[in-house]
Design a protein around this ligand. Structure first.
Ligand code: SIN
Length: 308
């Protein structure tokens, strides 16, 4: 695969806004939004934040004073909460999911490790995800994103036309297999999946996520109308109507193409950072590289449409 470097097709430059300032994070994607507390915005400011999210795919705010209730209120501006495939909410805030790894816990797999888009095995996968950092490692524990709309644009016209005809099979099967093989069962999101290895037949709730869903490989964003590749290295397991041997090299190519370094950005977390991304326009991964340090973040997800 040829490695692509920024060309005229990269445009992550900031727009002029009236209520916010957007400061690009990398050539390919991402921007810091300055000048606002997300918990206290009006509709005009929200419209600019949403525009910046669609433009930069992932945006983040530093130094946000945000209770769980504030996170719910800000999240709900984007739409109703999504079904979450792995996590449980916290008491009093069923839609705020804790992502906590204690300093003395080690695990072969952390929640969100491996390039993925959130829960694409669902018929209507979450559109937008929001993460608020409370306690973060002094180093390590970053999150990385890759711009799958830019990845689509950088393909040849011929390749784009071929890919537009395909439906991708999204399934939880690889995550389930890895968790069952390498993670100790416990009450964490991955530990609960791992626990199914000794429990006889798979519960239907998990079996249906393994069966998964077929979605257009090239999807069109419902609001910005931008096209993006809907494919990742975690949940994409095949293509409708193709044999596995035929699908495997294409999955490998697409996974490597989308996540090549030039298409990415990477966030160093600080306490009180709020990051959000559009799962229809990018993929992301968490790193399992902070053993010995505590990491505590809170996640909300916004319902998406049937991909089209
Ligand atoms: C996720 O994949 O939603 C979690 C990302 C992270 O913990 O950095």
């Amino acid at each position: 695969m040829s490695i692509i470097h920024p060309t005229g097709k990269f445009d992550n430059g900031a727009k002029e806004y009236r209520h916010i300032e957007a400061v690009p994070l990398a050539a390919a994607m991402g921007a810091e939004i300055r000048g606002v507390q997300a918990a206290a915005i009006d509709d005009a400011t929200f419209a600019e934040i949403e525009d910046a999210l669609f433009r930069h795919k992932m945006i983040y705010f530093r130094d946000q004073e945000m209770t769980h209730g504030d996170q719910e209120v800000f999240s709900r501006r984007f739409g109703p909460f999504a079904e979450d495939a792995y996590t449980k909410g916290i008491e009093g805030h069923v839609n705020v999911q804790p992502l906590i790894k204690e300093a003395d816990v080690t695990s072969a797999m952390v929640f969100g490790s491996g390039w993925h888009t959130d829960s694409p095995f669902l018929a209507q996968p979450p559109a937008i995800s929001l993460l608020y950092g409370v306690d973060v490692p002094p180093y390590g524990g970053d999150t990385q994103w890759a711009n799958s709309a830019l990845a689509y644009r950088m393909l040849s016209d011929k390749m784009q036309a071929i890919l537009e005809t395909l439906n991708v099979h999204m399934s939880m099967k690889n995550v389930l297999a890895t968790a069952q093989q390498s993670v100790a069962p416990d009450d964490s999101p991955i530990g609960r999946i791992a626990a199914t290895r000794d429990a006889g037949p798979l519960p239907e709730e998990i079996a249906k996520k393994v069966r998964g869903n077929y979605h257009p490989l090239v999807r069109t964003h419902p609001k910005s109308r931008e096209k993006a590749l809907y494919c990742d290295k975690t949940y994409a397991v095949g293509f409708e109507g193709m044999y596995d041997d035929e699908a495997r090299p294409l999955l490998q190519f697409l996974g490597d193409h989308i996540t090549q370094p030039a298409f990415t950005c990477r966030l160093r977390w600080k306490p009180k950072t709020l990051a959000l991304w559009d799962n229809r326009l990018c993929v992301h991964q968490a790193f399992n590289d902070y053993d010995g340090f505590r990491r505590e973040l809170y996640r909300t997800t916004i319902a998406g449409e049937t991909p089209g």
